[in-house]
Design a protein around this ligand. Structure first.
Ligand code: NAP
Length: 347
């Protein structure tokens, strides 16, 4: 009989948690048992899985007994509070937050890019930031053929990137504005409906926000390319779900748009969507609920002989978070390395 695993989801009631449940079911993950965990606010709530209702428990010291894999998806402070305890209890943690991504003991994995990095895990594996995952899936196949020297990214990030409550808030804002009322701003600092604003994560001394620096540092770590030059401008837009990105790539030598298109047509996790006659290219509504990163408008950069431009849309709750995490869990199962080596992740 094939091996089965006890999986726990920490953050099961969130936007990513909901998708994790759906993916474990639809991808037939070999489950022995499934535990759903969240904060005390959701304890007792039930969530449907395989035709049954599973009760959510508040996470506590005993939550990880007999758990093989913890899918942690409840924010950085929650991961910092619980991940090491889960590892100590014998689980491997696949963490969706930014808490451990840049820790040298923690592999940062996009299965289409660096699947072998999981082998070195010491109990915790990090899922990269959502905008970084989507970009990595789309540009790594090109980087494998001709090394990328510089990336200039501009993102158009949906409300759901800030969680389930943010998604509800932008809908409430739209209704309020349409009826002449003041839009609520409990989650976002400013109205997002009928508006946009630069990503509101903290700024560093160079004027880059955290989200932008994640794209810089995480891309370098995932590609194992510490010298690749990356700059980004991240913007929140009034789209409910799926992020978009305009990417400019500079190579050491010319890279034709046709050759890039041919490579991306065969690339794992990528779907080229281009109808130049109809001026039809990827849109967030088309990417929503899909596993692939949609890529289009692949064209020569007219300002640089070695430059390429492309546009992408991807469901950041799915490939940018939940799907990537489940794919990592599948890699662990496939390589039979669910049980970590003695925990040595620096604390
Ligand atoms: N949304 C995205 O597109 C996206 C993409 C990539 C990565 N991520 C990351 O994934 C994680 C979850 O994001 P999300 O969008 O799903 O957020 P969310 O919709 O706000 O859900 C947060 C989840 O975490 C739980 N939680 C919050 N505080 C907790 C605590 N102190 N103890 C236990 N559980 C707690 C919540 O439980 P309650 O219901 O009990 O409050 C809820 O289940 C975050 O680290 C986020 O940065 C999100």
């Amino acid at each position: 009989m094939s091996k089965t695993y006890t999986v726990a989801i920490l953050g099961a009631t969130g936007a990513v948690g909901y998708e994790l449940l759906e993916l474990l079911e639809s991808r037939h993950f070999p489950l022995a048992d499934l535990k759903l965990l969240a904060s005390p606010r959701s304890a007792g709530q039930t969530l449907p899985f395989k035709g049954e209702n599973i009760t959510v428990a508040a996470v506590d010291e005993n939550s990880f007994n007999n758990v093989d894999i913890l899918l942690a998806s409840a924010g950085g402070s929650t991961s910092r509070a619980w991940a090491h305890k889960a590892v100590d209890a014998g689980a491997v943690v696949i963490d969706n937050s930014s808490a451990f991504r840049m820790n040298p003991d923690v592999p940062l994995v996009v299965p289409e890019v660096n699947p072998d990095a999981v082998v070195k895990h010491k109990g915790i594996i990090a899922n990269p930031n959502c905008t970084t995952i989507l970009m990595a899936v789309a540009i790594y196949p090109l980087h494998q053929v001709k090394k990328i020297q510089r990336i200039v990214a501009a993102t158009y990030q949906s409300a759901s990137g800030a969680g389930a409550k943010a998604m509800a808030e932008v809908q409430a804002q739209a209704s309020a504005i349409l009826t002449g009322e003041k839009p609520p701003t409990d989650i976002f600092p400013y109205p997002l409906a009928f508006n946009l604003f630069p990503h509101n994560t903290p700024l560093n001394e160079m004027g880059y926000c955290e989200e932008e620096m994640k794209m810089v540092n995480e891309t370098r770590k995932i590609f194992a390319a510490p010298d690749i030059r990356v700059t980004a401008t991240c913007v929140r837009v009034p789209v409910l779900r799926a992020h978009s990105e305009a990417i400019n790539l500079e190579f050491a030598e010319p890279f034709s748009a046709d050759e890039a298109r041919e490579i991306l047509n065969k690339a794992p996790g990528v779907k080229v969507v281009e109808d130049w006659q109809a001026n039809y290219f990827p849109m967030p509504v088309d990417a929503t609920g899909r596993d692939e990163v949609l890529v289009g408008r692949i064209r020569q950069d007219i300002s640089h002989p070695c430059g390429l431009e492309l546009w992408l849309c991807g469901d950041q709750i799915r490939k940018g978070a939940a799907l990537n995490a489940v794919q990592i869990a599948e890699l662990l199962v496939e390589k039979n390395i669910v049980k970590p080596e003695p925990a040595t992740v620096s604390r």
